[in-house]
Ligand binder design. Sequence first.
Ligand code: ADP
Length: 213
Amino acid sequence: MINIVIFGAPGAGKGTQAKLLAEKYDFLHISTGDLLRQEVAAGTPLGQRAQAIMNRGDLVGDDIVVALLARALANRSTLPNPDASIDPWDRERKGEPHRPEGCIIDGFPRTVQQAQTLEFLFGKLQRKIDCVVAIDVPRDELVHRIHERAAISGRADDTEEVIRHRIELYDLQTQPVLDYYRVSGLLVTVDGSGEIAETNTRICQTLERLMKL
Ligand code: ADP
């Protein structure tokens, strides 16, 4: 089982890249942002608690996010990635050779505390993180992209003020996670300043080299 964390500032394209990788390698894509948005859309008690926090651009409490993540990690029935054209278990059923199972986590960890929690959760499942891919995008480009996305995304947290706050929180709370993984030797940084396809090729080359995918 291969476990990859995809990491990047708001606007770095981690969600887009995580989705592409999940499709290419038939990996499970777990996005904490998507899990939260699903709870909000379904109007669950948890979603109701998360909604206002997300709309402000603040980090949702670990009690909520960790519960959602743990559920997604434990639940194989959340597979496959609903957007994937191929059902990974279909190949298994047909006895065809297939790539190792894997998952891509996007949006978590966002704090050093969450990084420690992820290790704990994985430890319980006898899994470990194999690689943390950080998508590196210059600040000017990030701001430009988020503004473009804001015009079409319809996300309540894509307003000018909230975007600024999300980037501030990223700098304060999430950036230190990079050092955490650098020290543990798991971090690889990929230039994400170009087109989506270019970044995707870079990430795939990196993963194939490191993990023989
Ligand atoms: P982005 O990376 O563009 O900020 P996400 O979809 O990853 O978008 O996250 C959207 C929002 O969901 C965040 O601003 C935050 O409120 C909440 N969220 C997502 N992941 C986490 C997390 N790991 N911890 C706390 N809050 C989270």
